[in-house]
Design a protein around this ligand. Structure first.
Ligand code: ADP
Ligand code: GN1
Ligand code: MG
Length: 358
């Protein structure tokens, strides 16, 4: 079905005159729509392979954005979804594909921080998001991807893919797999603390990459958090950790030359400061474990990229055949670098916490 026709199924202002693919997400298909009245919107096809129940997913997103709207001072600080002519927040096309649409909002996303202030602003955005949702009724949320950040289960899934070796790719990655298995106990420690109740379950974003934050176009201040598909009960440490993994790395997530990949301790400090300033309700135990959160989420993602490489690239969008392997290796290098910097990270967290948390 034509994109213009799909866009016209929503209650937008004007008639669509251009629809252009944009953004750098790995999951959904995202299009920017311009109408003849000069309005701009984002149109997205929800990835059905990843999200098995798009209707309930949109229920989640709808209730989270409704809730956020009551907490923010500027309406641009919460996504505004547009309903269809028959009053739903999704449109089902003739190919059984689900689409949704929201206001474009004047802002921009970055794939890497251009200054430490950009990164600090993203910490404020995600910390504030955590804070605003602290009294959201978590039990009403549907688990859009069950066991999403259950690292124990991620290792189980990796083992399944190793056993199946569906594409004959295993022989080339034996050393990489050994690296992951050697660190399994450490990677699974947070999941154990979650199960024992030592770490509180919170309403978390679960996909806190820098390019899921919108910065205001003129001031470059944090405006809004995007990509709410994985808002579910989870650990604050994963949200913190995923931001560090993506934004404090010295190279892109898919850098083929892993010698360029490490974690920038200064950026780690900048983000820690912003996050602790905004997410004021974290417990001392959570704060103490922030460095481990960064390591765990990085290694967990390495297992997910590796699994997808072994399965034949069925989950993440890829630009070339080895893309998932390149991503997995870049994440392993980053995790190893974090592991070697634990003492410094711990020192930074203690120092920032002493300054920020009174
Ligand atoms: P995915 O699940 O594919 O990551 P997202 O909702 O994150 O889907 O959208 C994909 C990308 O599109 C974002 O990472 C961002 O780069 C871009 N994007 C989405 N909405 C906007 C917006 N309102 N303004 C600017 N960029 C946006
Ligand atoms: C995906 O949707 P996007 O591109 O923001 C993925 C995250 C990964 C990330 C790695 C639903 O995020 O879990 O950390 O790629 N999202 C989902 O870049 O699997
Ligand atoms: Mg995204």
């Amino acid at each position: 079905m034509q994109l213009e026709k799909i866009a016209s199924s929503f209650r937008i202002d004007g008639c669509p005159v251009s629809c252009q693919e944009f953004g750098s997400g790995h999951i959904n298909y995202t299009v920017k729509v311009l109408t003849d009245s000069g309005n701009e919107y984002v149109l997205q096809r929800i990835n059905k392979f990843v999200f098995k129940d798009p209707v309930r997913l949109m229920d989640n997103v709808g209730s989270v954005t409704d809730f956020l709207r009551t907490r923010v001072e500027d309406p641009r600080m919460a996504l505004h979804f547009i309903s269809t002519h028959d009053g739903k927040f999704y449109f089902l096309d003739e190919d059984e594909e689900y689409w949704r649409m929201y206001d474009f909002i004047g802002g921009f996303c970055l794939d890497a921080p251009e200054s430490e202030e950009d990164f600090y602003q993203s910490a404020i955005a995600f910390g504030r998001f955590q804070h605003m949702l602290s009294d959201f009724p978590a039990h009403t949320l549907f688990e859009t991807i069950p066991e999403f950040h259950n690292t124990v289960d991620r290792y189980r899934q990796l083992r399944e893919s190793i056993a199946a070796d569906a594409c004959g790719r295993l022989a080339g990655v034996k050393e990489d797999i050994a690296f992951m298995l050697d660190r399994e106990e450490l990677a699974c420690r947070l999941q154990k603390l979650r199960e024992s109740g030592e770490l509180p379950l919170r309403v978390t974003h679960n996909d806190t990459k820098l390019n899921n934050v919108l910065l205001e176009k003129d001031t470059r201040k944090a405006l809004c958090v995007l990509d709410l598909d994985t808002v579910m009960p989870g650990l604050s440490l994963y949200d913190f950790g995923d931001s560090i993994r993506f934004g404090a790395a010295t190279a892109a997530e898919d850098e083929p030359d892993i010698s360029k990949m490490s974690m920038d301790l200064h950026l780690f400090e900048v983000y820690t400061r912003g996050y602790l300033e905004a997410a004021t309700a974290l417990t001392d135990r959570e704060v103490e474990l922030l460095p481990l959160g960064a390591f765990v989420i990085t290694l967990e993602l390495a297992t997910r990229f590796m699994k997808d490489y072994l399965d034949g690239d069925v989950y993440f969008k890829v630009a070339y055949p080895e893309h998932n392997l390149v991503r997995a290796r870049a994440q392993m290098k980053l995790a190893a670098d974090m592991q070697s910097k634990f003492d410094e990270m711990n020192r930074i967290v203690a120092q920032v916490a002493a300054e920020v948390r009174k």
